[in-house]
Design a binder for this molecule. Structure first.
Ligand SMILES: [Zn+2]
Length: 302
């Protein structure tokens, strides 16, 4: 008997431009193909330009060459927060965000300030993380009128302190790490109560431009990675699959449908797992690496 393969699309929205241009394009594509997905918004100032600092970090040059950062993000975005004041995404695009939710897509917190979290959270004290996440929650509530139920950390930057902050926020689930299947995270002796649903698949920017994966072969490669035992989770970016790679993403989704892959949003996956909490494993969350991504990030030790 063939097992059904379930894929959950998790959309990280990093920038003002991604929110304004990428998000509406993804909404209309997903609606056309009747595919559920979950959007995670950056709610505060867009300081993407500060990512220029990362150019000096090991591993970034190769990625710049492979994905062509300027053509993906645009010059304006790269200057935000450096030479230009960073636009406040929640203030600029609250209506657009509400429209995404009104179209039936669950929404959650990606962050308040993407660069601050991605580059800083590993070294930030818990009280500073609580303050930063608190700002995101306040802005989320202002935009959507309800408390956020879910969060997905920028760059999979999660640790013992961020998990403690999530637990205090009474979230339904978090999606902050790379791994194999949903679990309750443990760091050292501490077990956390917020369900983690990890990203199981490589991201497009980890594959694009590698000689062994020309774009036309990526569909088949992704299909070969899907497994039947647990929900597959793919993180996409409004700035990539919603813009420069939109036509590739459309072909990819059509191919998945042809192959009888079923789609499910993360909220539904969380509710299904939480119906039977005894079955949810406790797994260590560690700091690890993934191929073609620079630096350390949170990984499930299954
Ligand atoms: Zn992000």
């Amino acid at each position: 008997m063939k097992t059904t393969k379930i894929l959950s699309i998790k959309i990280d929205v990093d920038t003002e431009r991604g929110t304004r241009v990428g998000v509406p394009q993804l909404v209309s594509l997903l609606k056309e193909l009747e595919i559920p997905a979950t959007f995670f918004f950056s709610l505060g100032p867009d300081h993407t330009g500060r990512a220029l600092k990362r150019i000096f970090r090991k591993g970034f040059f190769a990625k710049v060459q492979r994905t062509s950062v300027v053509s993906v993000y645009g010059i304006r975005t790269l200057l935000n927060g450096v030479l230009l004041p960073g636009p406040h995404i929640g203030k600029c695009h609250a209506d657009l965000m509400r429209k995404v939710q009104a179209e039936g897509f669950p929404v959650g917190i990606h962050c308040y300030d993407h660069i601050k979290w991605q580059d800083g959270v590993a070294k930030m004290p818990e009280v500073a993380i609580a303050e930063e996440f608190g700002k995101a929650r306040v802005e989320f509530k202002r935009v959507f009128g309800v408390e956020a139920q879910a969060a997905a950390a920028p760059g999979w930057q999660a640790n013992i302190k961020t998990l403690a902050v999530y637990d205090q926020a009474d979230l339904l689930y978090g999606s902050d790490c790379r791994g194999v299947r949903p679990f309750y995270p443990r760091v050292g002796e501490k077990i956390f109560k917020t369900l983690q649903i990890p990203t199981t698949l490589p991201t497009l920017d980890e594959l694009v431009g590698l000689s062994e994966f020309p774009l036309e072969r990526l569909n088949d490669y992704y299909l070969s990675l899907l497994q039947g035992d647990y929900p597959n989770v793919m993180t996409i970016h409004a700035e990539l699959e919603g813009m420069k790679y939109l036509s590739w993403f459309r072909e990819f989704l059509l191919k998945l449908k042809q192959n009888q892959v079923e789609f499910c949003d993360l909220e539904t996956i969380a509710h299904n797992y939480l119906k039977d909490q005894e079955q949810i494993p406790i797994c260590e969350m560690v700091q690890g690496t993934v191929i073609n991504r620079s630096g350390f990030l949170a990984v499930q030790d299954n």
